[in-house]
Every structure is written in C-alpha cells, then in structure tokens.
Write a protein that binds this ligand. Structure first.
Ligand SMILES: Nc1ncnc2c1ncn2[C@@H]1O[C@H](COP(=O)(O)OP(=O)(O)OP(=O)(O)O)[C@@H](O)[C@H]1O
Ligand SMILES: [Mg+2]
Length: 330
C-alpha cells in the first residue's frame, strides 16, 4: 500500500466511527481569519451519543456538517469507518449518504411545505432502498411515525407540515432521519426552536430512540444540562478547538478547563456571548495562521506565558477525562 492509499483508507479500531485528523476550516474576510475548526484531531466513539457544547460561534455546527461531508474542510482529513470521506468513489459516497443523516435546528425550514408527511419521511427509502413498493414505504413510514410518537402513524401520512405544531414537525424530521436505519446521526440543537414545554419530551424521545435503534449520535447544543442528560461523552468547544472531553457527569461536576468552568457557571446564559472581550483574537500571535497558544488565554484568570505561546493538546487526566490546558482546575 502506498502513502496515498494509506491516507484514504485504514482499518479503524472497533469502537471508532468517525475520525478527524488535523482538520481546519478557515473563513477569511478582509484582514480577519476565522478558524471555525482549528487543527481538530478527534474520534467519535461508535454507538455512543457525543454531545458538543460551546458558545455561539465556537464551531459546533461546522464540526457537525464536516462530519457528514456537508462542508469541505480547508485542510486535514475526516474518516468514516476508516475511509477518507473526501476520497470516496460514487458507490462509497452513496453508501456514506445512506448511513448518515442530519436533524436540523429549525423544523419549519427543514421540512418542505409542499411535501406530504409520507413523502418527507420516506424520502431516504426512495433514495436508498429502490426495491420497496409504495405500500411497503407507506408501511415503514407509518411505523416510524408511531415510533416518534405521531400515532397512529397512518393518519399522519397524507397531511402536510402546515397542520403540525413545531414539536410535531421536529418528530417528523426525526422520523425521516431514522427511517433508513442510519449508523450516524447529527442533531444540531434540535430543540432550540421549540417551545420549552416540549423540549424535554423531544430529548427523551431521542434518547430512547437512540437506545432502541443503536446508532451513533452527535448532539450539538450550547446547553450543558441537556447535553449531560442525553450524552455518553461530552466535548467542549472554544473558538474552533476541543478543549475538554470525557464523561459528561465528571465534566459537569468537576470541569478541568477554565473555559468549561465559566460555561457551566454562566448557565443558563451560556448560549449568548457573555464573556468580556469575547472576540476572535486572530490578528495576534499568528502561528501557522491560527492562535499560537490557548484560545482561552486572553480571558483566562490562570494564564501563564506558556499559555500564550504554546498550543495545549488534549491529554488524559483521569480514566474518562481529557483536557487541553496547562493549568487545569484541581
Ligand atoms: N459560511 C460562513 N462564512 C463565514 N464564516 C462562517 C461561516 N459559517 C460559519 N462561520 C463562522 O465560523 C465560526 C463557527 O461557526 P458555527 O456556526 O460552526 O458555530 P456554532 O458553534 O454552531 O454557533 P451557534 O451556537 O451560534 O450555532 C463562527 O465564527 C462563524 O461566524
Ligand atoms: Mg450552530
């Protein structure tokens, strides 16, 4: 096997589904350079729910879209089941598309108002299971609608999104995402557009569907409490980098990165920009185009000169806990 082939494919460890290797996503406008992903090397564990938390603009959606091949990184490689997703041939691409799905934030814009619920939910079957008859597809769609709590499913097939509430629409989007038995699902803030009163119902639904159907889920949220409830693993993002990773209970009870600590302490306002001077300081300390040291150094009360000059890498500090910080909280 030559070097080129090696970069395209490898035998992944049995518990790995997705792997990022030195992935950057850079947006340039005028003189500013924005690192939506800053040299991310990270693997998603198969069969688990990984939650990515972080403030608005930290790069969560960028990470999610990139993991599904819906956004091309500026550099670096992303592997799905050991295959480089930017080097897939036509049939591999089709296979990747059929195994992955995204649930978007806004169920009002993610459902086509002119498509019936049947057409919407069965679209992945139409694309990827060509052999099914229409009545088989209707059966599968009705069954899936039952599973997401739109019951009896058969009565929802021929209606249109306009007669559904926000929560019901998001259930339809969830049904569509799961009907083709995906292996990997990205849910990007799936409840943030919904009424608070139905948020927990939808979260519970996703949690139980995940356990029943056994896929891997990337759950994106700026809300630590919900993430902790739904996730097996948690990753905290700050300005394009993953700065803390591990067991959600441990991270929430005993955060090691000062950024995570601040995020938790400022809950429930963690979704808005609350940090003093919280801007992208990309015009100083430029190294390899990015921030030379820690992305949080400009705000961190514990910073030393090392934090401004050297990039802290994620390192293991206990059984299920990793942190990218030279002076983690005790
Ligand atoms: N198409 C784009 N063009 C330019 N900059 C972009 C683009 N998409 C994202 N960005 C920038 O990349 C950074 C990361 O954005 P991203 O949407 O991934 O953040 P996020 O963590 O999902 O935020 P939110 O919680 O608000 O959804 C932000 O600074 C954003 O402004
Ligand atoms: Mg986002």
């Amino acid at each position: 096997m030559n070097r080129r082939q090696r970069a395209e494919e490898y035998a992944p460890p049995p518990d790995e589904i997705i792997s990022f290797r030195n992935v950057n996503k850079i947006y340039k406008s005028g003189h500013s350079t924005n690192y939506a992903m800053d040299d991310i090397s990270f693997s998603i564990t198969k069969g688990k729910t990984l939650s990515i938390v972080g403030e608005s603009g930290s790069g969560k959606t960028t990470f999610g879209l990139a993991s599904l091949g819906l956004l091309e990184p500026t550099s670096g490689h992303i592997y799905f089941q050991g295959k480089n997703i930017s080097k897939l041939n036509k049939s591999q691409q089709r296979d990747f598309r059929s195994k992955t799905h995204m649930i978007f934030q806004d169920p009002y814009s993610s459902l086509n108002p002119y498509d019936s619920i049947f057409t919407t939910v069965s679209a992945p079957l139409e694309s990827f299971q060509k052999g099914l008859s229409r009545s088989e597809r209707r059966g599968r769609a009705a069954e899936m609608l039952d599973k997401v709590g739109l019951s009896p499913g058969i009565e929802f097939l021929d209606i249109y999104p306009k007669s559904l509430s926000g929560g019901q629409r998001q259930r339809v989007a969830i049904a569509r995402s799961l009907i083709n038995d995906p292996e990997f699902v990205v849910a990007d803030e799936p409840t943030s557009m919904l009424d608070v009163s139905i948020t927990s119902t939808v979260i519970n639904l996703m949690k139980s569907l995940k356990n029943e159907l056994n896929f891997t889920m990337l759950y994106i949220s700026h809300e630590i409490a919900t993430s902790r409830y739904i996730a097996d693993d948690m990753a905290v993002m700050n300005l394009g980098r993953i700065v803390e990773y591990g067991n959600p209970d441990e991270i929430t009870k005993s955060p090691k990165h000062p950024y995570t600590d601040l995020l938790i302490r400022s809950y429930p306002r963690a979704g808005v920009r609350i940090l003093p001077g919280e801007e992208r300081h990309t015009d100083y300390n430029v190294y390899n185009g990015g921030i030379k040291g820690c992305t949080f150094a400009h705000t961190c009360p514990f910073k030393t000169s090392e934090c401004e000059t050297t990039k802290p890498e994620l390192r293991k500090i206990s059984h299920e806990h990793w942190v990218a910080c030279f002076h983690p909280i005790n």
